[in-house]
Design a protein around this ligand. Structure first.
Ligand SMILES: Cc1cn([C@H]2C[C@H](O)[C@@H](COP(=O)(O)OP(=O)(O)OP(=O)(O)O)O2)c(=O)[nH]c1=O
Length: 186
């Protein structure tokens, strides 16, 4: 028996959560993400993480459901690219600049809820159009906010990172371990 449910389809989040060495089940949320134009990034990630967790929590009223959301912010909010051109636009925008990655996490059990977020500043080297096109052809950008994976081919673009690497990958696991312990003890 487990009392933890991960409301995520992300294989990275599943792998990171397994580091806690506690049993859990995975039940992805079917919540459709949407961004409102003038929303603050930390408000958007916690809202979306909570919506994903709540969507699944109705099915597991006695369990702690974990919902997560990651966005990249470079002037505006960047989610996952819908096509090749959007992926190229995002990578051109990130090239040679520092952007922020926000990951929100929500813990929901019945009526109880707790949300937190991490912000990480990531600086990219300047990218050539050839590098951008080569990376897009690998297919890696399409399931990732901002069109890159720091843990995969996008690693080559990163000059500097300030914050929790695992929050960029999609789950700030050391902070989650602490927040979960506190949530369970209440
Ligand atoms: C910036 C960045 C994002 N990402 C990923 C993390 C998230 O999985 C994804 C952002 O999309 P999300 O909507 O946060 O998550 P998801 O659709 O993959 O999974 P679910 O909603 O079911 O939990 O981008 C990386 O894997 N590496 C990176 O470097």
């Amino acid at each position: 028996m487990t009392d933890i449910v991960l409301a995520s389809a992300s294989p990275r989040r599943r792998e990171l959560l397994s580091y806690l060495e506690i049993p859990f089940i995975v039940h992805p949320s079917s919540f459709e993400e949407n961004f409102s134009k003038d929303e603050q990034p930390e408000v958007a990630v916690t809202r979306l993480a909570l919506a994903k967790a709540k969507d699944v929590a109705v099915l597991y009223p006695d369990k702690i459901v974990i919902g997560c959301d990651t966005i990249v912010v470079a002037n505006s909010i960047l989610g996952k690219p819908k096509d090749t051109e959007e992926a190229a636009e995002m990578l051109r925008r990130l090239s040679g600049q520092t952007h922020a990655v926000y990951t929100g996490v929500a813990l929901v059990k019945g009526e109880r809820k707790h949300c937190f977020y991490e912000r990480v500043d990531v600086t990219f080297w300047s990218l050539t159009e050839e590098q951008i096109q080569h990376y897009i052809a690998s297919g890696d950008p399409f399931d990732k906010a901002g069109s890159y994976g720091i843990q995969t081919g996008g690693a080559l673009f990163v000059k500097k990172i300030d914050g929790d690497y695992y929050a960029v990958v999609g789950l700030p696991i050391s902070r989650l371990a602490r927040e979960l312990k506190q949530f369970q003890s209440l």
